[in-house]
Design a protein around this ligand. Structure first.
Ligand code: AMP
Ligand code: MG
Length: 359
């Protein structure tokens, strides 16, 4: 049953539903009439090193999907670390040398990255790249555990304070030679914001997309019901721990289970704690952020995973622009008060225990 639902989501995002009141049903019927099946348009593409799925309802759906794909490719060509002529590659190549002129999107994403870094006491660190590369995560070579000596040499190059942005000139500079920016923890969230804005501008009022599992919801389903999005069981890709019933927001998950390698029987994942240079190890299996701000949701899912549950909950208590669901190594699924309102826990069969945290 569960597997069926996940498959349905992956295929076309046509999910099961909540029952509404009569008034809502009438409103839904009107909307459904407005959106005939012919208005359903879907697209799958590969970009930013991941699979992207789009579903939307609109009479000009095909053209809008083409525009969305172009927008993704435009952002990828600015942010990629594997394309040598991207603005981020140029910035990295100039580390310790000159400032580099930026387009408004690159300037914006770097500013947002720094801002989330400051908010999270640098648990989110877009300058972590030299260390991530030393582990082999963003290179094509072998993944391996770097020596302590290598990490001690690289960690001083990861301070976001040494990424200087000049807003008047629209430039950025990496102050130390060997520094490098890696937008892997934020680029898809930023792209989600841009895609959602583009779809809305084109008149889409009902749509759902997944940029490698980072979900963006536009409005509701055409019949007025909420979209349903699963939170994966980090221990089993064919299972999930619960369902979020959402509209018009972003749902973004980070977890060590998403990318890792094994060496001498030990598992090492891709989210690095810049205090140690090692994969974050604070007792979490995954963090899901729900927010109206896709960029923030992406940055925070990575950051809160690094911070661990206690610090993450403290940050949530000081904030008012996101909710979260945590899955812990000791088998708990923990929803913040706001998330709990639209989350249905389904992990009992797998011995997960459900808790909520209050403000
Ligand atoms: P996400 O899947 O959004 O959690 O992002 C993970 C990716 O972000 C990694 O593959 C790295 O490219 C990058 N990354 C790793 N550790 C960090 C960190 N502490 N802060 C920011 N980005 C990171
Ligand atoms: Mg992230």
């Amino acid at each position: 049953m569960k597997r069926k639902i996940i498959m349905a989501m992956m295929l076309c995002f046509t999910f099961s539903v909540l029952v509404g009141c009569a008034e809502k049903r009438e409103e839904a019927q009107n909307l459904q009439n407005k959106y005939a099946d012919a208005d359903l348009h879907e697209m799958t593409t590969f970009a930013m090193d991941t699979v992207m799925l789009f579903t939307l309802y609109h009479e000009d759906g095909e053209q809008i999907l083409t525009d969305a794909e172009q927008e993704i490719r435009r952002l990828e060509s600015l942010f990629s670390v594997t394309k040598e002529d991207s603005e981020i590659s140029k910035l990295n190549a100039q580390s310790g040398l000159d400032a580099v002129k930026l387009s408004s999107d690159t300037e914006d994403v770097l500013k947002r990255g720094k801002e989330i870094g400051e908010l999270t006491n640098q648990a989110f660190d877009i300058a972590i790249s030299p260390v991530v590369k030393a582990w082999g995560f963003t290179t094509n070579g072998e993944k391996h555990v770097p020596t302590q000596e290598t990490l001690e040499h690289l960690l001083p190059l990861t301070s976001i304070e040494d990424l200087v942005i000049d807003e008047n000139e629209s430039t950025a500079q990496l102050r130390k030679k060997g520094m490098a920016v890696d937008l892997g923890g934020i680029a898809k969230g930023y792209a989600s914001d841009k895609i959602a804005a583009l779809l809305k501008e084109k008149g889409v009022t009902s749509g759902l997309f997944s940029l490698g599992g980072n979900i963006g919801a536009i409005g509701t389903k055409p019949n007025g019901e909420n979209w349903k999005v699963a939170i994966e069981n980090p221990l089993n890709a064919n299972d999930y721990v619960g369902l979020l019933s959402i509209q018009d927001c972003f749902v973004i998950t980070s977890g060590g289970y998403q990318r890792y390698f094994e060496e001498n029987g030990k598992r090492y994942h891709h989210i690095i704690d810049s205090n140690t240079g090692y994969p974050a190890d604070k007792g979490l299996l995954s963090v899901t952020i729900i927010s109206k701000d896709g960029t923030k949701a992406d940055g925070l899912s990575t950051a809160l995973f690094v911070m661990g549950l206690d610090q993450a909950v403290q940050l949530w208590r000081r904030s008012n622009d996101f909710e979260a669901v945590f899955v812990t190594e000791d088998g708990r699924v923990i929803a913040t008060e706001g998330a709990a309102r639209f989350f249905s826990f389904e992990g009992r069969d797998n011995d997960f225990k459900y808790e909520t945290v209050q403000r």
